[in-house]
Write a protein that binds this ligand. Structure first.
Ligand code: NAD
Length: 475
């Protein structure tokens, strides 16, 4: 754990292993937070928060921007750690994780001075509003982007003057500790950002404490429901970034190479372990076979291997359990009649490697078209009518992302306008710049991360009425 500006350990907490997914080797052991550790973290956050909130936004922002610079300077070291934590290839982690965390710290560092209220004149009287911190925010992370998730939650929370206790995923617990160290080195006062390790029960225990004012979870819908329920007891604010089963629609006039590239980014980056992935790829019947041919040919070029070798661009799944889950979905796809175009098998090498997998002739009712797989499995579904494909694309409980490939700009906007998803893409997929709001509709979540929107999710408004004249009381 990292509490009050330093590493702490309570060896009486249950011990769990951190596994390097490319080999299966145990690379670290962590003790879960005990009641005493949880109390220590809450005490440290409480002791630090008000002084932090009392600083000017510019002063808070300067610390965050300094942390962003330190992260960039140490990008390689942090990326190597993230690769050990997650198994994602260095060719990805060097560009998409710590750097994205640094972007968030830089953006919200720059925004901190703009966290202001407004003046509302009412004749000679007026109201002024103050945008104030919520207090102590709890961040709970998923395992796929441990550095990015820690920063995406910490940066707006801290910019607004909150303290944060972050509980990383038990599967990838190492990276958030480095972010805590770096924030400290950048000048963050002790106790403003703390990391408490453990499984779901530790997150649940923290959330139940009345000193926690807000929770932001990145995780599955099942966990989101539990967190929402628990937060409801104390009417705590929530941000939920949950799962998805997003559609990617490829029309017959699309640039084929770009569409294939989009489908690859939407399914195989991070070995498919991305919430916003476009796993239901609707391809117009007229180009379906050409699309499948090019997709299969390009997938053969994937360099699968040692994630620490920078030429590798496809790594293992995060753990054995995930491998079993994904293999189960593949078996179901085959038994329900989908056509296996390529992949579908575990690779014979140490670690949890699964070949990039493509199914064609997938129908809307099949399990692989309905449930989030969280692995490198792309399903191709046919269509020939625009209205019909939009209805089918929306026929899911999820609503995280959606994409369209077409050269027809009117059609692109018409279709995107009808798709029920929080993050949409036209002739692109899976971009997540910090300037844009990120989050889901329907079961994919509540609230938005990133962008100026996130400020509203980590602050509250106070209205101050000022009367210039006498008080006119009835008696
Ligand atoms: P998960 O739901 O199993 O766990 C997420 C986190 O919640 C972990 O830290 C876990 O320890 C904690 N947790 C579990 N039970 C809890 C409880 N009762 N109270 C408090 N905390 C609890 O998810 P995962 O397997 O780590 O991640 C995969 C899921 O996350 C997928 O569904 C994926 O789509 C989703 N995800 C969403 C986004 C997004 O931004 N929308 C990003 C990445 C991953």
């Amino acid at each position: 754990h990292f509490i009050g500006g330093r590493y702490v350990e309570d060896k009486s907490g249950s011990r769990f292993d951190v596994i390097y997914p490319a080999s299966g080797a145990v690379i670290a052991q962590i003790h879960a937070g005990t009641d005493q550790i949880i109390e220590q973290a809450l005490g440290a956050a409480q002791a630090a928060q008000q002084d932090w909130a009392a600083r000017s936004g510019t002063e808070r922002g300067r610390v965050l921007r300094r942390a962003a610079d330190l992260i960039r300077a140490r990008n390689r070291e942090l990326s190597v750690l993230e690769t050990h934590d997650t198994g994602k290839p260095l060719s990805e982690t060097l560009y998409a994780d710590a750097t994205s965390g640094a972007d968030a710290l830089e953006y919200f560092g720059g925004s901190a001075g703009n966290v202001t209220g407004e003046h509302i004149q009412l004749g000679e009287n007026w109201v002024s509003t103050r945008r104030e911190a919520l207090g102590i925010c709890l961040g709970i992370g998923a395992w796929n982007y441990p550095t990015q998730i820690a920063c995406w939650k910490a940066a707006p929370a801290l910019a607004c003057g909150n303290a944060m206790i972050f509980k990383p995923s038990e599967t990838t617990p190492l990276c958030a500790l480095k972010i805590a160290e770096i924030l400290s080195e950048a000048g963050l006062p002790d106790g403003v950002f703390n990391v408490v390790q453990g499984q779901g029960d530790v997150g649940a225990a923290l959330l139940q404490d009345p000193r926690i004012n807000k929770v932001s979870l990145t995780g599955s819908v099942a966990t989101g429901r539990k967190v929402y329920q628990s937060a409801a007891v104390g009417l705590k604010q929530v941000t939920l970034e949950l799962g998805g089963k997003s559609p990617l629609i490829i029309f017959e006039d699309a640039d084929l190479e770009n569409a294939v590239g989009g489908a690859i980014l939407a399914n195989f980056y991070s070995s498919g372990q991305i919430c916003s992935n476009g796993t239901r790829v609707f391809v117009h019947k007229a180009i379906k076979e050409a699309f499948l041919d090019r997709l299969s040919a390009r997938l053969e070029q994937a360099v699968i291997g040692d994630p620490l070798d920078e030429t590798t661009n496809f790594g293992p799944l995060v753990r054995d359990r995930q491998m079993q889950i994904v293999q189960g979905f593949i078996a179901q796809g085959i038994s329900e009649g989908a056509r296996l175009v390529c992949g579908g098998r575990r690779l014979e090498r140490p670690g949890y490697y699964l070949a990039p997998t493509v199914f064609a002739d997938v129908s809307d009712q099949m399990t692989i078209a309905r449930e989030e797989i969280f692995g490198p499995v792309l399903s191709v579904l046919d269509f020939d009518d625009e209205g019909d494909v939009v209805a089918r694309a929306n026929n899911t409980e999820y609503g995280l992302s959606a994409g369209v490939f077409t050269r027809d700009i009117s059609r692109a906007h018409r279709v995107i306008g009808k798709l029920q998803a929080g993050s949409c893409f036209i002739n692109s997929y899976n971009d997540a710049p910090v300037e844009a709001p990120f989050g889901g509709m329907k079961l994919s979540g509540i609230g938005r991360e990133n962008s100026k929107n996130a400020i509203e999710h980590y602050s509250q408004l106070k209205s101050v009425y000022v009367r210039m004249g006498d008080v006119d009381a009835p008696f």
